[in-house]
Design a protein around this ligand. Structure first.
Ligand code: ADP
Length: 408
């Protein structure tokens, strides 16, 4: 079975062609800057990487670019589009409607539409590409894998906000959590790496990318996570502020005179590492400048590590103990400095790095704690596409066998 995995963002469509027979990625790439005259395609297959300008004024055209390159005579990996057996879509927000991956029917599309108000930037491009894929690949099973679903088992006391209850009842204002596909992948891998059943483990996963979140996992189940109603709560991120006193919003409105849209933009696009450092949202650049003595860059890194530390402390108490602390995503995988700052002086909690090992690990699976550390600290590069492919394969096979039975 050949599975097309699609991850559609507001201005990009990332794709991977996955061959279930040998679990190999046949091709992967991205159509970026959708809607812009500078739209481009980056495509990797057969050991080669190409980049070319493309016309992709919308997600429909971007999806056509993906299909065209997959069947391209020179750089493609398919003889014909009909070789695609199933399509898996990453869908950001499943609200309280989806607790697991699901085959996409018209009813499922309607329900994902109902979640648009919860994720106005992410769900619309997901829906556009789902609809286009259904049109171009009729009869091919399509599966939605939700970023929120993994956190559905959070207890009420963890997902409720202390607003009057009717705001939860009437408007579904609650914590949902995101990056669930990544937290799920790295926790399963972590259990495999320590060679223990996940059902025996208490794990904290730190997904530290441009958007960041942490999760507390008991027996492989997410019981708390740092992102909330939207991907703004929790950790300090590239351009997002994370946790704040909510009264700052009133102050910015009443005293500073910002509109709601300006405050939204300020907190989502101009804050976080970028806002503090005044230099960049990229930890590489901030670390470089911090080493050159830039005080605001040093502060940005310290604040970021401090917030992660506080969440580790909180999650150890809700889990009551800890077996593994996992770092993933761009910063988690590739910034030994950030990992070191986070784990500093945590010996009392059983967390102790092997600093030499930590300094050597960049984007590869590895245990980076010392031999004495009670908690195994590890780096596990995330692979969301693999989880999407696995769920899609399972559900598509069930769907195909159901429709074959229906015919006999
Ligand atoms: P996204 O959330 O967009 O998927 P990623 O998980 O790719 O992001 O993480 C991107 C971030 O990772 C960058 O903004 C940068 O801060 C950080 N990063 C990437 N490479 C490195 C590196 N070599 N050293 C430190 N930080 C890095």
């Amino acid at each position: 079975m050949k599975i097309l995995v699609l991850n559609s963002g507001s201005s990009s469509v990332k794709y991977q062609m996955f061959n279930a027979a040998d679990e190999q990625v046949m091709a992967e790439g991205i159509v970026g800057k959708i809607g812009d005259a500078g739209a481009y395609l980056e495509h990797k297959a057969k050991g080669e990487k190409i980049r070319r300008d493309v016309i992709a004024m919308n997600h429909k055209e971007a999806f056509q670019v993906v299909i065209d390159v997959l069947v391209d005579k020179n750089v493609g990996v398919l003889g014909a589009v009909s070789e695609i057996s199933a399509v898996g879509h990453r869908v950001v927000h499943g609200g309280d409607k989806f607790f697991a991956s699901t085959v996409i029917t018209d009813e499922v599309i309607d329900k994902i539409e109902e979640c648009v108000s919860l994720s106005p930037l992410h769900n619309p491009p997901n829906l556009l590409v789902i609809k286009e894929a259904k049109k171009l690949l009729p009869g091919v099973p399509q599966v939605a894998v939700f970023d929120t679903a993994f956190h559905h088992a959070m207890p009420e006391k963890a997902y409720m906000y202390a607003l009057p209850y009717e705001y939860y009842r009437d408007y579904k204002i609650r914590r949902y959590g995101f990056h669930g596909i990544s937290h799920r992948y790295v926790s399963v891998r972590a259990a495999e790496i320590v060679q223990r059943p996940i059902e025996e483990l208490k794990i904290i996963t730190c997904h530290l990318g441009n958007g960041s979140s942490m999760a507390a996992l008991d027996k492989g189940v997410s019981i708390d996570t740092s992102l909330g109603f939207t991907p703004l709560e929790g950790l300090i991120m590239g351009t997002r502020c994370g946790d704040l006193d909510p009264a700052i919003t009133f102050f910015l409105s009443r005293e500073v005179g910002l509109s709601i849209d300006e405050i939204d933009n300020l907190m989502n696009k101009k804050s976080g590492l970028l806002g503090i450092s005044g230099v960049s949202n990229d930890v590489r650049e901030i670390t470089f400048q911090a080493h050159s003595g830039n005080k605001r860059c040093q502060l940005a890194l310290e604040m970021c590590a401090y917030r992660i530390k506080k969440y580790i402390g909180a999650y150890i108490t809700v889990l009551s103990s800890l077996d593994a602390l996992v770092f993933t995503a761009g910063i988690g995988e590739k910034s030994p400095e950030m990992r070191s700052m986070v784990c500093k002086d945590m010996g009392a909690l059983g967390i102790e790095l092997d600093e030499k090992k930590n300094a050597e690990v960049m984007g590869i699976e590895s245990i980076i704690s010392s031999a004495e550390s009670k908690v195994k600290v590890m780096v596990v590069p995330t692979n969301e596409e693999k989880i999407i492919a696995i769920d899609t394969l399972k559900l598509a096979e069930e769907e195909i066998s159901r429709s074959e039975k229906g015919r006999t």
